[in-house]
Design a protein around this ligand. Structure first.
Ligand code: MN
Length: 262
């Protein structure tokens, strides 16, 4: 399917049960070549298996790849990147937990945020399976390539639309040293660790959880501590945001709503 559709995204999720945004295809057309105008982000996702979701804004949605080992700054590394369904632009602000049993259930961290610029025609590159681009994130910078594996009889197995994510050789390449995924264990947005994000979610359900639960207090303290420590202005705001958003617990089904047509 060409990029710019949320049909598969909506099909896989029950928005009465998950706090992920339903979203819509944005009307704003992506403008190729306008550096800084197209969003790029990576979400670290502790689902059935830990992976990093690599997302690039295009055609009003986020083109998405699931990268099991995460990105590398070493041009010699070829990281498997499984092309998955487009996600809504709103998804790029999502950090929190997806309920167990729901599609992708687990903790989601905004691991990197920024912008990207394609080199060449994106739609054509996607058809060819050879997308070259530059990112300007807080953690990743410079040139990358996403290259589709030609046949499905590759060493990664026959399932999925398998691509490789490869760092280009440029001044931002780091052939050695501690991997970027290991150097950065906190959210680029809220400064929280995966554990703090998953514990933070317990606070959102606090009206339904025993107040004496010993897990509640340390979670609050930790979240505050991180927010105060972080040098980013946005940290406090974003850390507080999810709690404010969920005035009602997401698991309570809306009674009057009829089932949405898919
Ligand atoms: Mn994911």
């Amino acid at each position: 399917m060409p990029s710019g559709s949320l049909r598969d995204y909506h099909k896989k999720r029950d928005f009465k049960l998950t706090a992920e945004p339903k979203g819509a295809v944005a009307k704003r057309k992506s403008a190729a070549g306008k550096i800084g105008k197209l969003r790029y982000l990576i979400q670290k996702h502790d689902a059935t298996r830990l992976h990093y979701d690599f997302r690039l804004e295009w055609n009003g949605t986020l083109m998405s790849w699931a990268v099991p080992k995460g990105p590398s700054e070493n041009p010699d590394d070829k990281r498997l990147a499984v092309h998955v369904e487009d996600h809504p632009l709103d998804y790029g602000n999502f950090e929190g937990t997806i309920p167990k049993g729901q599609y992708g259930g687990g903790t989601v961290m905004l691991w990197d945020v920024g912008h990207w610029a394609p080199l060449g025609d994106v739609d054509e590159s996607m058809r060819k399976g050879d997308l070259k681009f530059a990112v300007l994130g807080e953690r990743l910078k410079g040139g990358f390539a996403l290259v589709r594996l030609k046949n499905r009889n590759n060493k990664y197995g026959s399932k999925g639309d398998n691509w490789l994510l490869i760092k280009e050789k440029d001044p931002y390449a780091k052939p050695g040293g501690k991997p970027v995924t290991e150097r950065n264990l906190r959210s680029a947005k809220s400064g929280r660790t995966m554990e703090e994000i998953s514990r933070g979610n317990r606070e959102w359900h606090s009206n339904r959880v025993d107040e004496k639960d010993p897990a509640m207090k340390p979670a609050k303290k930790a979240a505050k501590k991180v927010a105060n420590k972080s040098p980013k202005k946005s940290a406090k705001k974003s850390a507080a945001k999810p709690a404010a958003k969920r005035k009602s617990p997401p698991r309570v089904p809306a009674k009057k709503k009829t089932r949405r047509a898919r």
